[in-house]
Design a protein around this ligand. Sequence first.
Ligand SMILES: [Zn+2]
Ligand SMILES: [Zn+2]
Length: 234
Amino acid sequence: MIKFIKKIQALALEILFPLKCLGCKIPNTLLCAKCFNKIPLNQTLFCADCNRRLAQNKKICHLKTAFVLAAAGSYENDILRELILTFKYKKLKPVAGILAEILNRYIKNLNLDFKKYEIIPIPLHQIRQKERGFNQAELIANTLIAVNSNLRKSHFLRLKRIKNNRPQAQIKNHNQRQENIRDCFQVVNPEKIKGKNIILLDDVSTSGATLEEAAKMLKKSGAKKIIGLVIAKK
Ligand SMILES: [Zn+2]
Ligand SMILES: [Zn+2]
């Protein structure tokens, strides 16, 4: 039955969006295996402050940052950027599978014990989520835990977006981004966060202000280590 529904969905999508590979434009695929394998993936974590690659994935420079950044690739990469934009704005949900696979390959490069972490997707404000129909970070997180059994996500560990702020993408300046995102998040069950290692998941990190604000709130509730995991950083 599920297979049948999937077939119908695939058919509907084909009619709505005639499929072409985002890379080489061959028909009938969102992204062919060849172009998928050409996306350069990172091998390390990054300092959330200065963007430096972290050797052995350990904090070496700005020790006081609330999180370390885990970015699978670069937003400068055309295919990666197209995938993210296609997913976000054309609501092409099957792209979630490709993005989750990219994250999965990247986190295997990192050689960290992810069993000790819980995933929390960056939430959208409910008004924005209603407009978009889904939260892209949530959908990627759900797809990721389906393909990697080392990863977990709990309904009790959540953030809530309590302010419907301007989209960060519309703001260029880092200080203004920090200002725009301030006090936007609330920890839903703060008592459950204490002592937990968290993976904060978002699609893109531009200035890191969103991840930083969310990480600060989680730290206030007693979170231990926080990794900000994104598909691409700018
Ligand atoms: Zn291709
Ligand atoms: Zn640094």
